[in-house]
Ligand binder design. Structure first.
Ligand SMILES: [Zn+2]
Length: 248
């Protein structure tokens, strides 16, 4: 599928159509329009249209597709496969698009994702969002790891829109990663966003590089955590968080 040139005017229903198919993306696009950038530019940095169909996409990374597809073609040949056989003809292009999707977090910045969803609030009790779905790519083997992320923070006059915690997980998981770094990056991002008294992040991941190679049992999970501020310094706060995370 070809994307229209960046200079072409958007179809009249572009905003409506994208909003209908992707609600969370729409808010982002609408904000750009409100900033006076106009609807056509609204899509340029609207990273949540970054789906497998690859329309409405920022132009920058899409330009990488031909090189990526060529590389996948070489990989097929190196495997001893015939890249010209019917089943594989379109595989390099499909694989390149899929990889672009799996790594779309490179296009997203914390500032963009937060998008002013930070609120002044006296609330000083722990906020916990648990079992956020996470899909990432192991940077050592280029195979997926996936699992759940639980995030807690103790606000200090500022809170974050709840859905933004899941968005933060997306920014850092949709990249080539190791679970330990992913865990820390999420904690640091929440700290940057609302300067809380502390942040706790627990990530449970299943790594296909271990499961498929039989290094460990199929059901083994890797658990990593990052504790900052009061979650590091105060055992009771940490325990409260862990109890909340482990409760059914
Ligand atoms: Zn791996």
């Amino acid at each position: 599928m070809k994307e229209a040139p960046a200079t072409a005017p958007p179809p009249a229903d572009a905003t409506t159509a994208s909003g209908a198919t992707n609600g969370s993306a729409h808010a982002n696009g609408a904000a750009k329009i409100a900033n006076g950038e106009g609807p056509s530019k609204g899509h340029e940095r609207c990273t949540f249209h970054h789906d497998l169909e690859l329309d409405h996409r920022p132009p920058v990374r899409e330009a990488m597709l031909p090189d990526m597809a060529a590389a996948y073609g070489q990989l097929l040949a190196a495997l001893g496969e015939n890249p010209q056989r019917p089943g594989l003809l379109k595989t390099p292009e499909r694989a390149a698009k899929a990889m672009l999707f799996f790594t779309k977090g490179y296009d997203q910045s914390l500032e963009e994702v937060l998008n002013d969803a930070i609120f002044d609030e006296e609330h000083d009790e722990m906020v916990v969002v648990k079992d956020i779905e996470m899909f990432s790519m192991c940077e050592h083997h280029l195979v997926p790891f996936y699992g759940k992320v639980s995030i807690g923070y103790l606000p200090r006059n500022k809170i974050l829109g709840l859905s933004k915690l899941a968005r933060i997980v997306e920014i850092y998981s949709r990249r080539l990663q190791v679970q330990e770094r992913l865990t820390k990056q999420i904690a640091v991002a929440v700290t940057k966003a609302v300067q809380p008294a502390g942040v706790a992040v627990v990530v449970e991941g299943v790594h296909m590089c271990m499961v498929m190679r039989g290094v460990q049992k199929v059901n083994s999970k890797t658990v990593t955590s990052a504790m900052l501020g009061v979650f590091r310094d105060d055992p009771k706060t940490r325990e409260e968080f862990l109890n909340l995370v482990h409760s059914k």
